[in-house]
Write a protein that binds this ligand. Structure first.
Ligand SMILES: Nc1ncnc2c1ncn2[C@@H]1O[C@H](COP(=O)(O)OP(=O)(O)O)[C@@H](O)[C@H]1O
Ligand SMILES: [Mg+2]
Length: 255
C-alpha cells in the first residue's frame, strides 16, 4: 500500500519591499492510499499554497513530498501527475461537457473508441450523460463541479491522488450534501486518495478519515483528528456531533 508523506513543508513569498512572508511553516502529515484527508484552517492561512506545492505548481519551497510504496520511495510528484480541482471554476466555456471531459484524453492521442467509452463512463458516474452536448453556461454550479471532477479523472492520476480546493464552497447546502455523497462514490469506484480543503466542518466530518487543522498564517498543523465512523455517516448522530464539536473548538479562530 502506498503512503504519501508531507514533511516539514515551508514556503515564503516575497513582499513588495523585498522581504519574505512565511506562509507555510513546518507542515507535516501523512496519508495512506485510499484515505480521505480534509484540511481546514482560516482563510489566507496557506491551504491553496499547500495544495499547489503537492500538485507541483510551486517551485521554491523546502521540505519533502514522498510517496512510499513498499520498499520504494519517490520524492516529489512531477507536475501533471496529481489530479487537481482548483478553487476557481475552470471549465473551458467554449467546449461542451463531453469536450471538457475529453480534453486531457485528446492530448494523449487515445483512440476514439476508448475516449468515448471513458467519457461516457465518467458522465454516467455523476449522472450527467444526458448533458454531454451542453455548454458550461447551461449548467448549474453543482453540475459544473461534477464535470470538473470528471475532467480531472479522465486520465486516471498515476498515484490515484486527487486534490480538491474548496470545491463545493459556492454551492447551496442541499447541493453540497449531494455532491459530498457523489464524491464518496467516486472515491471508491475510481480508487482514489483525496486531499480536500474545506471551510466547512460538517463537510469535513461527513467525508474524511482524518482532518488536519491548520493554524493562522503561517500554516502549521494545529491538530490531526481521525474520524473512525463507518460510512454512510449520519449527520445527526451523537458520534458525528461530538467530532464536529471537537473540530469547532479547535477551529474557533476560523472565519
Ligand atoms: N503568488 C503569491 N505571491 C505572494 N503572496 C501569495 C501568493 N499566493 C498566496 N500568497 C499569500 O499567501 C497567503 C496564503 O494564501 P492561500 O494559500 O491562498 O491561503 P488559503 O487558501 O488558506 O486562503 C496569503 O496571505 C496570500 O496573500
Ligand atoms: Mg484557498
Amino acid at each position: 500500500m502506498k503512503h504519501f508523506h508531507f514533511q516539514q513543508i515551508q514556503k515564503s513569498f516575497s513582499n513588495e519591499i523585498g522581504g519574505q512572508v512565511s506562509v507555510i511553516d513546518n507542515l507535516t502529515f501523512s496519508t495512506a492510499e485510499g484515505e480521505i484527508t480534509s484540511i481546514i484552517g482560516p482563510s489566507g492561512c496557506g491551504k491553496t499554497t499547500f495544495l499547489r506545492i503537492i500538485a507541483g505548481f510551486e517551485e521554491s519551497y523546502s521540505g519533502t513530498v514522498t510517496i512510499e510504496d513498499g520498499n520504494t520511495k519517490a520524492t516529489a510528484l512531477p507536475v501533471g501527475t496529481v489530479g487537481y480541482i482548483p478553487q476557481e471554476p475552470s471549465l473551458f466555456p467554449w467546449y461542451t461537457v463531453e469536450e471538457n471531459v475529453a480534453f486531457s484524453l485528446r492530448l494523449r492521442n487515445v483512440s476514439k473508441v476508448s475516449l468515448q467509452q471513458r467519457v461516457e463512463e465518467l458522465l454516467r458516474m455523476v449522472g450527467l450523460e444526458a448533458y454531454r452536448t451542453y455548454y458550461p453556461k447551461e449548467l448549474s454550479g453543482g453540475m459544473k463541479q461534477k464535470v470538473t471532477i470528471c475532467r480531472a479523472l479522465a486520465v486516471p492520476p498515476p498515484f490515484g491522488l486527487l486534490l480538491l480546493d474548496e470545491p463545493f464552497s459556492a454551492l447551496d447546502s442541499q447541493t453540497r450534501n449531494a455532491l459530498q455523497q457523489d464524491l464518496l462514490s467516486i472515491h471508491t469506484s475510481q480508487h482514489l486518495t483525496l486531499i480536500f480543503v474545506t471551510h466547512n466542518i460538517d463537510e469535513a466530518v461527513f467525508i474524511s478519515d482524518q482532518v488536519v487543522v491548520l493554524s493562522q498564517l503561517p500554516a502549521r498543523v494545529k491538530n490531526i483528528v481521525t474520524i473512525p465512523l463507518p460510512h454512510p455517516r449520519d449527520r445527526t448522530s451523537p458520534e458525528f456531533n461530538a467530532i464536529r464539536k471537537d473540530l469547532l473548538n479547535l477551529g474557533e479562530f476560523m472565519h
